[in-house]
Design a binder for this molecule. Structure first.
Ligand SMILES: [Zn+2]
Ligand SMILES: [Zn+2]
Length: 364
C-alpha cells in the first residue's frame, strides 16, 4: 500500500491554507509518472484524477496540475491504477462496479457466488432470474476479446451519454455502428440504440404515462381511464395529427416511489445512511440538515410512534417550473415534482442519485 508515502495526496493545505510543499512536489512526481507511462506512445495528455474529471477526461499536464491544486484527488486513489500503476498483489480482483450496480438494482441480497445458475440442461430460469443472469453475463462479457470494457459498461455509458446530451436515436445508432466497425471483429457491440437499451432492460425503474386534461383539471386514470373528454371543462383528451393518428393532448409521467425507496434500502451502505438523521452529530447553532430544525423536532414530538423508528422515511417535496432537460430542452415543457429523502446526511440527500422525480408533466 502506498497510503503511507502518499499521504500528501489528501493533505494539500498547511495551517495558513497554503498548498504544502510536499503536495506540490508530489503532484510533480505524479505528472512525471504519467509522462513516463503514457497510455499510448507519443500521447502527451494526462488522465485527470481530480474529483471532477474522475480519471475520465484527459488534459495537458499543466491543466491537470491546476485541477489537482484546486480540487485535490478523487478519494482513495493511493494506487495510480488508472495511470498504469499495478495494483499491489494483495488487492484481490478489482471490483466490477457494473456488477455491483446489478446487485443494487435488483435488490438481490445473495452474494454473487450464491447465485444459482440454472441446473440441468433443459431447465429454464424463471423470467426474473433470467433478466438477472443476462445482466450478470453482460457485466462479465468483454466487448471484444481482450477488452477491459464489458458489454454492460458500454451499454450503460452510451445510454448515459444519450441522456446527458439529449442525442437523437439516429445519432446514437450511427455512433454505435461506427464504434462496432472500429473495434475488432467478433465483438459484442450493439449496432443500434434499441439493442443497446435492451441490454439494460432489467435495470429500469417503472414509470406510468397517465393522460391529463390539457388545462390540468383532471387525470384520465382509474375510473376515468376510459373517458375521452374532460369532465370539468369538456376539453378533448386527444388530438389528431396531420397523419391522422390520435395523440393525447397532455401526458403526466408518474414514477412510482415504492420501487425507488426499495432500491435505497437494497444497497447496504445507503441503507445504513437512511438512519443518519437520528444520529445526526449536531453542531450547536448551526443548521446543516432539516433534522436540526424546530419543525423537525415538532414533528417528532407530535408523532412519537413514527419518530421512534429512524428507518421511517421522511420525504421533502419540491417543485418548480424549469426544464429538467437542460439547455437542450427542445420541444419539451415540463413541470417536475421532486422528492428528497431527508433521512440521508446533507452530503447525500440533495444529490441526484438519491432524489426522485415523481411526476413530470409534458405536453406537445
Ligand atoms: Zn480535472
Ligand atoms: Zn379540463
Amino acid at each position: 500500500m502506498k497510503r503511507k508515502e502518499r499521504w500528501w495526496m489528501y493533505d494539500r493545505y498547511d495551517n495558513g491554507r497554503n498548498l504544502r510543499p510536499e503536495f506540490l512536489r508530489g503532484v510533480d512526481e505524479f505528472i512525471e509518472f504519467c509522462k513516463a507511462n503514457p497510455e499510448s506512445p507519443g500521447l502527451d495528455e494526462v488522465r485527470c484524477p481530480c474529483p471532477k474529471c474522475k480519471n475520465r477526461r484527459m488534459h495537458d499536464a499543466d491543466t491537470v496540475k491546476v485541477h489537482v491544486y484546486k480540487k485535490g484527488f478523487i478519494p482513495d486513489y493511493y494506487d495510480w491504477y488508472s495511470h498504469g500503476e499495478e495494483l499491489p498483489r494483495s488487492a484481490h480482483e478489482p471490483s466490477n462496479p457494473y456488477r455491483e450496480m446489478i446487485f443494487d438494482a435488483l435488490g438481490n441480497n445473495s452474494e454473487p457466488s450464491n447465485v444459482e445458475e440454472p441446473s440441468g440442461m433443459d431447465e429454464e430460469p424463471n423470467p426474473q432470474a433470467k433478466v438477472f443472469l443476462d445482466l450478470l453475463k453482460a457485466s462479465e462479457e468483454p466487448l471484444y476479446e481482450g477488452s477491459s470494457m464489458s458489454v454492460l459498461e458500454m451499454a450503460s455509458r452510451i445510454v448515459s451519454l444519450k441522456c446527458e446530451y439529449n442525442l437523437p436515436h439516429r445519432c446514437v445508432d450511427a455512433f454505435a455502428s461506427l464504434v462496432k466497425e472500429a473495434i475488432p471483429n467478433n465483438n459484442n457491440m450493439s449496432n443500434t440504440f434499441y439493442d443497446t437499451k435492451k441490454i439494460l432492460e432489467g435495470l429500469e425503474l417503472p414509470h406510468e404515462r397517465i393522460h391529463a386534461c390539457p388545462k390540468g383539471c383532471m387525470l384520465f386514470w382509474r375510473t376515468d381511464a376510459h373517458l375521452d373528454r374532460c369532465t370539468v371543462c369538456d376539453s378533448d383528451r386527444y388530438k389528431r395529427t396531420s397523419k391522422g393518428s390520435l395523440v393525447p393532448m397532455k401526458v403526466l409521467i408518474y414514477f412510482p416511489i415504492t420501487p425507488r425507496l426499495q432500491r435505497l434500502y437494497a444497497t447496504k451502505n445507503v441503507a445504513e445512511e437512511m438512519t443518519w438523521h437520528a444520529k445526526n452529530p449536531r453542531a450547536e447553532d448551526k443548521m446543516a440538515h432539516p433534522s436540526d430544525s424546530e419543525a423537525w423536532k415538532h414533528l417528532d414530538r407530535s408523532f412519537d410512534e413514527f419518530a421512534s423508528e429512524p428507518r421511517n422515511v421522511r420525504l421533502g417535496l419540491c417543485t418548480d417550473g424549469f426544464g429538467p432537460h437542460g439547455k437542450f430542452g427542445g420541444q419539451y415543457s415540463c413541470w417536475p415534482v421532486i422528492l428528497t429523502p431527508y433521512n440521508l446526511p446533507p452530503s447525500m440527500c440533495m444529490k441526484k442519485p438519491f432524489m426522485f422525480l415523481i411526476v413530470a408533466r409534458s405536453w406537445s
